[in-house]
Design a protein around this ligand. Structure first.
Ligand SMILES: *Cc1c(COP(=O)(O)O)cnc(C)c1O
Length: 401
């Protein structure tokens, strides 16, 4: 079941202290409880030690190859290229998608700033799209209507009538691990000839109708930051099924060096974005435990759902019936568009040692992106005032399996 109630006219007011009590009951006596911390319960120490013992800690080593193979196996993508972080992966994804300076790139306003920054790194212009209540991701129907209004097709390419700039790509982001409505988005991409680049940073282990996220766009990016479902310390990856772009992604992220035994020749401006071996070692140990992490996170979410059932005025966001979420971050969604209740809940829970936080400030309200083009963002703006992320570490699920 999906949590979809939105701006209900007569929604009940939230009893904030009761909500905090419910959180405490689910999380148990330990305090403080962080929003999300990694769990190192496998071969992490052994693999990292192996890097140090053998001296292979940097940009070459067997763990990087192994990590990429494991990602391919898990996600079903044909190519996986490990990078220094998720932002760098997304930067290269956008370059691979043919995003050029002064192009516009469509993306949700409701996302972590990295998505927007990566567009900026290409000297392209972020163009903000509204989100849906049912997925917390970009709204394909609203996007389609908007593009029909503001764009014109010229020689098979989409142009913004208002700015004159080419609109090259769209970046759906799977918020907290919940897949975007891809069946809705794919036809919009076809109609307006947009290249789809998935920001799958939050959705390792999430499936859209049986297919792992990151496989529906031309290219996609993952993140293995310390707060993500699995971590490499810092890290990311590019996924693609395209036989040209896979090897090109590797080339671009390894300084565009032409492979040779001893000569150092580079055939274009490349990037030093390769994941170091010591990080990949940590990653291999983490990926071995991913199925367990996913079931622990799922158990925790079920418990939250049960516990919040009797609490009026708020719901725990749940996956769509035909999708599977990794439940990276659990989210409470207030029925009422009531920022005071949200802030009181944030205040009171953090005071009690429970690590909660609001969703990111919408990108179009950040000073560096406030002049960027945007459609009506009414739903994203309402969601911003109603979402609270609550503790979601895999370890917290051990009480419930
Ligand atoms: C985590 C994240 C990224 C990438 O972050 P890095 O810290 O660079 O790995 C990108 N987009 C979203 C939506 C994220 O949550």
């Amino acid at each position: 079941m999906t949590y979809t109630t939105s701006r209900v006219p007569n929604a009940p007011a939230l009893d904030v202290s009761n909500a905090v009590e419910v959180l405490k009951e689910v999380l148990g006596p330990r305090s403080p409880v962080a929003l999300h911390v990694p769990m190192f319960s496998g071969n992490e120490w052994t693999y990292v030690k192996e890097c140090i013992d053998t001296g292979w800690v940097s940009s070459v080593g067997t763990f990087v190859d192994r990590f990429e193979k494991m990602l391919i196996e898990f996600t079903g993508a044909k190519y996986a290229i490990a990078t220094v972080n998720g932002t760098a992966a997304l930067h290269v994804c956008l370059l691979l998608a043919g995003v050029k300076p002064d192009d516009e790139v469509l993306l949700p306003a409701l996302t972590f700033v990295a998505t927007t920054n990566a567009v900026n790194y290409c000297h392209a212009v972020p163009h903000f799209v509204d989100s849906e209540e049912s997925t917390l991701g970009l709204d394909p129907e609203k996007l389609s209507e908007y593009l029909a209004d503001i764009s014109v097709m010229r020689a098979g390419e989409c142009f913004n009538k208002r700015t004159g700039r080419r609109i090259r790509a769209v970046v759906p982001m799977h918020t907290f691990g919940h897949p975007v409505d891809m069946d809705g988005l794919v036809p919009v991409c076809e109609r307006f000839r947009l290249v789809m680049v998935e920001d799958a940073a939050e959705s390792l282990g999430s499936y859209y109708r049986g297919q792992h996220t990151g496989n529906l766009g031309l290219v996609s990016s993952l993140s293995f930051n310390g707060n993500k479902t699995v971590t490499t310390g810092g890290g990311g990856a590019i996924l693609t099924n395209d036989p040209t772009l896979g090897p090109l992604a590797k080339h671009l992220t390894t300084t565009a060096r032409i492979p040779h035994k001893w000569s150092f020749k580079h055939d274009r401006v490349g990037y030093n974005y390769r994941m170091p071996n010591i990080n990949a070692a940590l990653g291999c140990a983490q990926l071995e435990q991913l199925p367990r992490f996913l079931s622990l996170k799922r158990a925790l979410t079920s418990r939250y759902v049960e516990a919040f059932k009797p609490v009026l005025g708020v719901g725990v966001f749940q996956e769509r019936a035909d999708c599977r979420s990794n439940y990276w971050l659990n989210a409470l969604v207030l029925d009422r568009d009531d920022i005071e209740a949200r802030d009181r809940l944030l205040e009171m829970s953090n005071e009690k040692g429970i690590g909660t936080r609001p969703v990111w400030t919408l990108s179009h309200r950040l000073p560096m992106y406030s002049d960027c083009p945007a459609m009506d963002l009414g739903v994203a703006e309402s969601l911003e005032r109603r979402i609270i992320n609550i503790p979601s570490s895999a370890e917290l699920g051990t009480r419930y399996v």
